[in-house]
Design a protein around this ligand. Sequence first.
Ligand SMILES: Nc1ncnc2c1ncn2[C@@H]1O[C@H](COP(=O)(O)OP(=O)(O)OP(=O)(O)O)[C@@H](O)[C@H]1O
Length: 489
Amino acid sequence: MTDHSDYDSSRSSSTVPDSGRSYVSDTSFSSSLRSFGGESTTTTAGGGAASGAGAGKPHKANHAAWEAMKRLRLETAGGVGLDHFRLLRRVGSGDIGNVYLCRLRRASAAEVPECMYAMKVVDREALAFRKKLERAETEKEILGMLDHPFLPTLYAQFDVSHYSCLVMEFCPGGDLHTVRQRQPGRRFSVSSTKFYAAEILLALEYLHMMGVVYRDLKPENVLVRDDGHIMLSDFDLSLKCDVMPRLMTPETATATTTAVERTPFCSGPSCAIHMKPVLTCFYGAANRGSGSEKDHKKKEKERRPIEPELVAEPVSARSRSFVGTHEYLAPEVISGLGHGSEVDWWTLGVFMYELLFGRTPFKGEDNEKTLINIIKQPLRFPRLDINGTSCRDMEELVKARDLISRLLVKNPKRRIGSLRGAVEIKRHEFFKGVNWALIRTVKPPEIPKESQRVRNKEPVGGVVAAQRHGKRERGASATYSIPQYFEYF
Ligand SMILES: Nc1ncnc2c1ncn2[C@@H]1O[C@H](COP(=O)(O)OP(=O)(O)OP(=O)(O)O)[C@@H](O)[C@H]1O
């Protein structure tokens, strides 16, 4: 297991979230294009994506965009490069790169449908200077592994001078943060929240099975595809680790958990094993009021499987990096004493809360107060507005609140999902009736309008304001140094 973010988050130096977001500017990339005459200096086939056959990405086998890329690879003997694409406009920018809407040039793919792609361009030189190159490498590695309906497909990757280009699916619907601003009261209905949370849950489940702890869930990172289904994006803060699938039976449930906690999986500064006694102490204090030990044992018993279940969670993953977005940070991330895949279940709770109530649960006047609230403040919900709410909606809201409170348990070991991963969460009453296998056939709450889909007249350099500002309002996700005042945990 390597936690690349440890690389640039030494306790003494701080990485300012918003600094350098314009390192890769439109101008610099466009002028490089000119200086290279639109040609890539090096072209590399894109890892798993460039393996040629649709078999490499079965979920995309019948998609026109995949088909077009497959034909192009055949035509060019795998050498897909920048000169095969026409950049149309910039659709967003983040801490490590700019993302452009692009399409294949007709000349190189005469018989293929006109498909749109998103190209993320990362300036490796600038990132190396900012000690963030490993973040980009992690993202590239993870993208190459993915094949899931709610995660990005990497169609190609190549380098142009000191720029790395990743070609993925284009999501024309913007991000969920922007979509939420358009909803009445700036909040989603319970049924829309259920839809988005269910798709995210499946994406996180898959990532965990692949040994990836996502760590940066927030509406800004959830993009809406042209069919209204979602795509979880942005993997540069993710933690890559090994995963040990195991069969959990009613008898082994407790024993297995203990064994995994003690697995001597990693060593060095990121390892949490030595921290166990301190953790117990910290969580003991943080969870005061959340039920007695007897209640906890009862709940744990209820959570044990009735039949044997396959659990493939990266439970042995441990990192001490302070990464993420303030309002979404889990208590164990703030404490800096070690975190694993349970952080994704915490962020799912914050995500659902924000979608339903229009704000995050622990937001303070500033970042410092937010962090203190996350550690100390008990979870509170806004008062239920019974006027104009149907009985059924009310019932659903109560179930949603129950799930959120189980996700937002400050002690990660007592959090829902900590024992058996996504399976536990899928079984919660809130998701009762969700057909997990056929969720892709469910009609999404909102489908991007035609006008949103392709606005390719705008030249490169035109920025879609709403999409760009989404991340900036709250500050970018980042790795930080741990503030002094949290050392006492
Ligand atoms: N596939 C896509 N389709 C459409 N827009 C996209 C796509 N991927 C990214 N974007 C847009 O580009 C923006 C920046 O992308 P991304 O989050 O991957 O960059 P980043 O540099 O890794 O960001 P961060 O600062 O969070 O690390 C996103 O907020 C989104 O608006």
